[in-house]
Design a protein around this ligand. Structure first.
Ligand SMILES: Nc1ncnc2c1ncn2[C@@H]1O[C@H](COP(=O)(O)OP(=O)(O)OP(=O)(O)O)[C@@H](O)[C@H]1O
Length: 609
């Protein structure tokens, strides 16, 4: 029932305290994101990575702080539901002119769900649906930067305009030769546009804030001509002598999707109105869910909220059943999916068979490590949820049985809300993008027949990408642990991405060793490991027999990635990382670089120390 009067004196104060909590959060989040520019300008790469990692923790810290304040100052948990109803209405009032209302709503939900009983998790008390529109939000502050800038060049002054666009970013570090780089950009653009007539609305729109991640800054925008829009991004890097350069130009939805991939670390962007950034980015990548865009901007909680809303909507408008995910079952994770929905759901089993020697806490620790680490486009991001309820009738009996057998502690089947409908409640769950497991993909190539050129080239591509994925992870100081094909998936863009994290280690924590010479003839013929092995020992020479049983796979692998079987490769990368070197891993093909078309997927560039 809608209250006719807002007459509870404490309701406004509580709403205001929650809004203060959110404002403090966004102020700190934004300040940390804005500092990325300075870190880029001063080549503080370790600082950039540290900030990327630490910023992820900000949200939970602020929520805890706010819950503590509400408890201490207002005894929030003892307030009646009438008061809570009024708190939500006051909060809506406080959002009327707010610049981040959607984030403020999510913050309200995070705090409220820590205080109220779950029977109250509905739209009267929390924001199950948004209450305040994010359309056309603008700041009234006369000094505020617009979300994007528009430029109206002609064919004749395109070069000048590109120089101006980059200069407007006001990077406090010299470019090697900005006119030269602008020339490359114009040339690429002219090639792309071809002889097309420039229409009266021809313009370039560019987001005002740069996007920072690791050692790169990205200028993101679109070219509009008539009814056509061409998304683009300019990666700006430090050159050999430390001055700046534009390294490439990325064009079109697919290039932008790679840049904003779910398998990369989150960007640092100074945004006053994040929803306006998301709206602009959505116009560049219409197929990318808003949830993933918020997440890519570092607003992972908002991503989670939107993902969950999308998921509930999908459930309502679909009829298929959750099932055990196709592929080889995991020993640590129990994985299921809904065929009509492009994500998988993973829960940690209660017990793990030998040789797995780990615990639930350790597995969670590894997933957290990946979340906080630079995922270099090769490790899928995960959304983590607790106490997720699914309608019982949407689960196959086989899946229920599987969970009962392997993860009984994680499942409860009950009518939790008392609405007469049985639910499957999963205690703890990771959700990630569904890919085609690489073993299934390779099998499809074999089944088609390797005498067919398309199957052979698909296999070659997959094997090459697999090695590239491992090398990119190596560059990011990650040893994947279990490199079997089944632990990698292939995305719709043909990228190979790793998703099995329970054996992941920092490369710098591993001892890369040669297999010692056999002590006797018996050792030589024994198929077993006869030599002593320490907990962090890795023997790259032994990877072959596990991975390369198939002749065609072996042949392709050895042509592109024989170095992965060599202890030297691993050892030398470990030493360079230990010496403080930060590798560049480009979110685009190196052949796209203006001045260096190298075949390697990552390169070293200057020392960061
Ligand atoms: N993102 C994904 N997309 C598609 N399938 C997936 C995905 N993640 C996992 N799977 C499927 O689930 C299986 C088990 O997942 P995962 O490798 O994460 O479990 P695990 O228990 O850690 O495995 P292992 O026994 O190798 O340690 C995979 O082999 C694959 O078939």
């Amino acid at each position: 029932m809608f209250p006719e009067r807002l007459d509870a004196p404490q309701a406004y104060d509580i709403a205001k305290a929650m809004m203060d909590g959110f404002n403090r959060h966004y102020r700190l989040f934004r300040a940390e994101s804005a500092r990325a520019k300075h870190r880029f300008e001063t080549a503080d790469w370790h600082g950039q990575q540290r900030a990327q990692r630490e910023r992820i923790e900000f949200y939970d810290l602020r929520v805890k702080e706010c819950v503590r304040r509400l408890d201490k100052e207002f005894h929030a948990g003892d307030q009646s539901m009438e008061v809570w109803h009024q708190i939500k209405l006051h909060y809506i009032g406080l959002m009327v002119n707010h610049l981040q209302p959607e984030l403020a709503e999510t913050f309200f939900n995070s705090v409220t769900t820590k205080i109220l009983h779950r029977t109250h998790f509905h739209n009267d008390f929390i924001f199950v649906r948004p209450a305040v529109s994010t359309e056309y939000i603008e700041s009234d502050d006369p000094g505020a930067r617009p979300t994007y800038r528009a430029y109206y060049p002609s064919r004749d002054n395109l070069h000048e305009t590109v120089v101006r666009i980059v200069e407007h970013c006001a990077l406090q570090r010299d470019f090697e030769d900005l006119p030269r780089d602008a020339g490359h950009v114009v040339q690429a653009l002219q090639q792309r546009l071809g002889a097309v007539k420039l229409r009266t609305n021809f313009q370039v729109q560019v987001l005002s804030s740069l996007f920072f991640r690791n050692k790169g800054a990205y200028l993101v925008g679109k070219v509009i001509n008539g009814y056509n829009e061409l998304p683009f991004a300019l990666p700006i890097l430090h050159g050999e002598d430390g001055r700046l350069l534009i390294d490439a130009v990325l064009f079109g939805e697919n290039d932008l999707q790679m840049l904003f991939s779910f398998a990369r670390a989150y960007f640092m962007v100074d945004m006053e109105i994040p929803s306006a950034y998301v709206q602009f980015l959505r116009s560049l990548m219409p197929r990318k869910p808003r949830a993933e865009l918020y997440t890519a901007l570092g607003l992972a909680k908002q991503g989670k909220t939107l993902f969950y809303r999308d998921f509930l909507h999908h459930l309502r408008y679909s009829t298929d059943k959750f099932r055990i995910a196709p592929g080889i079952k995991g020993m640590v994770m129990l994985v299921f999916d809904l065929p009509s929905f492009p994500y998988v759901f993973k829960l940690i089993k209660d017990q793990f068979p030998a040789p797995k020697d780990t615990t639930r806490e350790q597995v969670q620790g590894k997933y957290l490590l990946v979340k906080q680490h630079d995922r270099v486009g090769r490790m899928a991001d995960t959304l983590e949820y607790s106490l997720v309820a699914f309608p019982r009738e949407r689960f196959s009996d086989e899946l229920i049985e599987e969970i009962r057998r392997h993860a009984p502690s994680q499942m409860e089947i009950s009518d939790r809300d008392g609405d007469g409908r049985q639910e499957v409640i999963i205690a703890h769950l990771y959700i990630e993008r569904r890919m085609i497991p690489l073993n299934i993909h390779l099998q499809e190539c074999f089944d088609t027949g390797l005498d067919k050129p398309e199957a052979r080239s698909a296999l070659e591509h997959a094997v090459t990408e697999y090695g590239n994925a491992i090398k990119d992870m190596v560059a990011a100081n990650i040893f994947p642990g279990d490199m079997l094909w089944k632990n990698f998936g292939i995305t719709r863009n043909g990228k190979v991405v790793f998703y099995d994290y329970d054996e992941i280690e920092y490369l710098t924590d591993c001892n890369f060793r040669r297999v010692p010479p056999p002590r006797c003839e018996e050792d030589e013929v024994s198929g077993e490991v006869w030599w002593p092995v320490g907990p962090h020992d890795v023997f790259p020479e032994t990877f072959g027999p596990f991975l390369l049983g198939n002749d065609a796979v072996r042949e392709a692998f050895m042509r592109h990635h024989a170095d992965l079987l060599d202890v030297e490769f691993w050892q030398s990368h470990k030493e360079r990382i230990q010496a403080g070197h930060v590798y560049d891993v480009f979110p685009y093909d190196s052949a796209r670089r203006f001045r260096c078309a190298s075949s390697s997927s990552f390169q070293t560039q200057g020392d960061s120390t």
